[in-house]
Design a protein around this ligand. Structure first.
Ligand SMILES: Cc1cc2nc3c(=O)[nH]c(=O)nc-3n(C[C@H](O)[C@H](O)[C@H](O)COP(=O)(O)OP(=O)(O)OC[C@H]3O[C@@H](n4cnc5c(N)ncnc54)[C@H](O)[C@@H]3O)c2cc1C
Length: 465
């Protein structure tokens, strides 16, 4: 344990994935001299889980035109990508056969883009005395002081910060209901562990639990690893992501009628709009895509009952229709389903023993045992911080510095991102952004969400909020 006096930071960002990095970019652009420190155990900033991907087939789920990290320039990624490709980067992009703005970039390459924007912002910041340091450690505790906050790291380092931001991202789901603790993860292959996939017998019977975008990644990795055996996917609703197309613009029907608020009202209006679109030969994705900008407003204004209604009845549908697959991945899934090599079924996981699972199919009473040679857990994310088995969330809860957000999704915060403690008091110097605010905004994870939040929060930290 270090006996040294705490080092000092003006802004200490805990987590150096996309959120923490974009916040640093925005802070560096401000005309102020600040020592910004990012605590992040990963070797590189700007990547997190999503953009550490090494598999070229693990692409963004939106095209370049939709994934700018600069809220003031929607073409920022397209422009960066154009230059990157012109310099010989990503030669495989020609395979997609579309203009740069319509390319679905590999997430690893997107990570380079975020890093380059950070490097440029560092130069801007240096001109007025701001800097960003990356401390490769895990933050394990945080406590308020009379002035500022004290943050302790796993190696015993201590940091005194004037302001701190929780940009800790998403925590992998560590357990699934009805499964013995550790059972699923102990037996399962990580869905993004490409090396582990390569070690599998090409004929292995693979079982995948969960059918969202993580499953899509896993199927892509298996395919690239040369797997040619059967793949069975089990998920509660048996829904998987639709393919993302490029629908034309559609009238903002929710913006035109602010009385539409409850999940029932919104869904009825949306269905009617989709029918209208299809009757005109227009893609149903066009009306659906207009809903996105209203999600934060609708969610934050909704009563707890309506939030629960949404999660229970609309969420599976929303996940598969809104969080759509990049076209190359969707085409692979379609091909494998057509060839009878991939099946996706609605069933609930009840037991795991090694790579053998017990499931209950929708509407059935009896347990069905499915034997596989490998198991992949793609059940996703644990948003309830009380169930996250990591020191920082546990310490923050134990100290009463945070409380669960609506429906226990992430943590409670003000509209400006100030964390609200167990007594209901908003902190003056502790903030959160990105996935920890899932319960506040519902969609608080995607590139565009965190890019917007980074800009707004940088303003709040500078006293403009
Ligand atoms: C596999 C995957 C694919 C995705 N694809 C897309 C996509 O195509 N399009 C899209 O819009 N969004 C996508 N997302 C959503 C994505 O999460 C966001 O775009 C973005 O990565 C969120 O960034 P973040 O920094 O908040 O979280 P993360 O990327 O999760 O980063 C959080 C970081 O915090 C660090 N951390 C956590 N706890 C501590 C601690 N105590 N001390 C220090 N550091 C800590 C972690 O090491 C991690 O690096 C994807 C997410 C995943 C997981």
């Amino acid at each position: 344990m270090s006996e040294l006096a705490p080092a000092r930071a003006d802004v200490l960002i805990i987590g150096g994935g996309l959120s923490g990095t974009l916040l640093a970019v925005q802070l560096l652009r401000q005309p102020a001299a600040r020592r910004i420190v990012i605590i992040e155990p990963r070797p590189e900033l700007g990547r997190g889980e999503a953009y550490s991907a090494t598999e070229l087939g693990h692409t963004l789920n939106g095209n370049a035109a939709r994934m700018s990290v600069d809220p003031d320039n929607a073409d920022d990624l397209t422009e960066w990508l154009q230059a990157f490709i012109a310099q010989g980067g990503w030669p495989e992009s020609v395979e997609q056969g579309v203009p740069v703005a319509e390319l679905f970039p590999p997430r690893g390459i997107f990570g380079l883009y975020a890093q380059q924007r950070l490097a440029e912002a560092r130069q801007v910041g240096a001109r007025h005395g701001s800097s960003v340091e990356h401390v490769r450690e895990q933050a394990v505790d945080l406590q308020p002081l009379d002035a500022g906050l004290l943050v302790r790291l796993a190696d015993g380092q201590q940091w005194h910060a004037t302001q701190a931001v929780l940009a800790t991202g998403m925590f992998a789901a560590a357990r699934t209901a009805q499964i013995t603790p550790g059972g699923l993860n102990a037996a399962a292959v990580d869905p993004w562990d490409v090396a582990a996939m390569r070690k599998l017998d090409p004929q292995a019977r693979v079982l995948i639990i969960g059918s969202g975008l993580t499953m899509v990644d896993a199927v892509v990795s298996l395919h690239k690893a040369g797997h040619c055996g059967p793949v069975s996917v089990i998920s509660r609703h048996g829904l998987w992501p639709h393919v993302r197309r490029q629908p034309p613009a559609w009238p903002d029907f929710l913006g035109q009628d602010l009385s539409l608020r409850t999940p029932r009202q919104v869904m009825a209006a949306l269905r009617a709009q989709c029918r209208l679109a299809m009757a005109q030969g227009i893609d149903w994705q066009a009306p659906l895509d207009t809903v996105r900008v209203h999600v934060a407003r609708l969610w934050s204004q909704a009563s707890e009952r309506h939030k629960r209604q949404f999660v229970r009845h609309v969420r599976p549908w929303w996940e598969s229709h809104h969080h759509r697959s990049p076209p190359p991945s969707a085409a692979l899934l379609e091909k494998l389903i057509g060839a009878g090599r991939l099946s996706i079924r609605a069933a609930t996981l009840k037991q795991v023993e090694g790579t053998c699972i017990g499931v209950r199919a929708k509407g059935q009473d009896e347990l069905e045992v499915i034997r596989g040679d490998a198991l992949i857990n793609s059940t996703g994310i644990e948003y309830d911080w009380r169930r996250v088995d990591k020191p920082l969330p546990q310490q923050l809860l134990a100290r009463g510095l945070i409380q669960p957000g609506p429906l226990a999704l992430g943590i409670l915060a003000t509209e400006q991102g100030a964390v609200i403690d167990a007594e209901g008091v908003a902190a003056s110097n502790l903030f959160a952004m990105g996935p920890p605010l899932r319960g506040m905004w519902w969609e608080s994870t995607a590139v565009t969400d965190v890019a917007l939040q980074a800009k707004a929060l940088a303003g709040v930290l500078a006293g403009e909020g």
